[in-house]
Design a protein around this ligand. Sequence first.
Ligand code: FE2
Length: 171
Amino acid sequence: MGYSLVEFCHDVRAILRESDDGEGREQVRRKLEALLGDPDFRATYVGPGNDAGMEQIHQDPELHFCVLAYNMTESRISPPHDHGASWAVYGQAAGHTDMTVWSATGDAGGIEPVRTFRLEAGQAGLFDVREIHSIEYTAGARFVRVTGVDMTGEERWVFDPATGEVRAVVL
Ligand SMILES: [Fe+2]
């Protein structure tokens, strides 16, 4: 049975109204895996027919969570970063993404990697509020990101583990 973007957003609204916490976000992660399993969704938003780049495919008028589709032609390694006050769920549609979770060492600006895992096509991973992470994806990677708020205008932190430098970034 199919599972559409509209149904996904409906379910996410119901989940977050009930429990906008770690448990609810884990339910959102599982729903995103269900959405990625739908061939029509993939073909429409994260398939070979999509233009390269990022596109916001839903912004919730009531709860303000956002769904973004990424169709990337080139590989990329992001610096460690958080999403400010927002959680994020990443779900892979094609290629793979290696995710690294970082934690503060206690030194000013110091962070160290604590966990690495790979998202293969069909898998989704959750980063909760303020969780520092970096991502590395392959050329041709296609993925979906759900954020708790519209990240445009949201201040977030970007880290340089080599120098300990921390920058506040607003996109
Ligand atoms: Fe991120």
